[in-house]
Write a protein that binds this ligand. Structure first.
Ligand code: GUN
Length: 287
């Protein structure tokens, strides 16, 4: 069994990005610039955005943060998005999700210029990705495919079972895994699926992306399977300084001994998601 070290792989690719950054600075006279819009003070969202800013510093990118309180109106948010769409100094930007209930998330996503949508959430990017045209691909699915490639895991002809059909992870990943490049046979499982455990047991590559701690138990995993854990639920803990710990969707301790490869939480998919955002920003800056 091999534990996939997402931090190590992300660090290697960050070195590659750093040298690309130098080339862009030489050519354009400025570093790639990622901006983020953050609404409210949710602990998870705050820490994700802080990590993204720190990542930018590490690869020589510029970054900026636009903050709003929870009572921001849709109009104010759209006006901030339009400003970033027009800002020649900003190559790409993200709006950290989730947004407060009174905001129509889809309307906000569609206000982002597809050229700057480094999260790959705009329907134009989703559509292009689906038919295999160049586009921004959302960060977690892109990070997972990179992880599989860098670990030389053979995905061709293999049964990839994805638990979860979210627009951010499960659905786009299912499309990427079925395309020629990854060449897997893909099954997407969700809350309405029958025989879920049985189907999981037939997976060569099992991806858990449902946000339910310890959902995947050892009786659901085939001997020698590759298990990718996308879960990052914050559960209270008195063992950490922050007062919580990140918990994956996989019962790691009991599942790991059965796997050929497994990603830990934290330190598996998370760093690769952050890395993928940097790669998308680099692409945006090259255009
Ligand atoms: N919230 C959870 N994941 C993501 C992500 O990848 N991008 C944004 N913008 N918000 C998120």
């Amino acid at each position: 069994m091999e534990i996939i070290d997402g931090n190590k792989i992300a660090k290697e690719i960050k070195q590659e990005i750093l040298s690309e950054t130098q080339k862009i600075i030489e050519k354009k006279g400025k570093a790639p610039h990622l901006a983020a819009i953050l609404v409210g003070h949710d602990g998870g969202s705050e820490s994700y955005v802080n990590f993204k800013i720190k990542d930018c510093e590490e690869v020589g990118f510029e970054s900026s943060l636009v903050r709003f309180e929870d009572d921001v109106t849709e109009k104010e948010l759209i006006s901030a998005i339009e400003k970033l769409n027009d800002d020649k100094n900003v190559d790409g930007f993200i709006i950290q999700l989730p947004l407060p209930k009174h905001i129509d998330e889809q309307k906000i996503i569609e206000a982002i210029s597809p050229d700057k949508d480094v999260d790959g959430f705009h329907p134009e990017n989703v559509g292009k990705m689906t038919i295999g045209l160049p586009s921004f691909i959302s960060a977690t699915p892109l990070g997972i495919t990179l992880l599989l490639e860098r670990c030389n895991i053979n995905t061709s002809g293999k049964h990839c079972v994805i638990i979860g059909r979210s627009n951010i992870v499960g659905r786009p990943l299912s499309i990427l895994m079925s395309q020629k490049k990854m060449n897997s046979t893909v099954t997407v499982l969700h809350s309405g699926s029958e025989n879920l455990k049985e189907i999981c047991r037939s997976a060569d590559i099992l991806v858990a992306a449902i946000g339910k701690p310890d959902f995947v138990t050892k009786d659901m995993v085939k001997e020698g399977a590759v298990v990718i854990d996308v879960g990052t639920t914050r559960v209270p803990s008195d063992k950490t300084k922050s007062g919580f710990k990140l918990t994956g969707d996989v019962d790691y301790e009991n599942v790991a001994p059965k796997c050929s490869y497994i990603t830990p939480v934290p330190g598996g998919v998370g760093p690769m998601t952050r890395l993928a955002l940097l790669l998308n920003t680099l692409e945006a800056a090259k255009k």
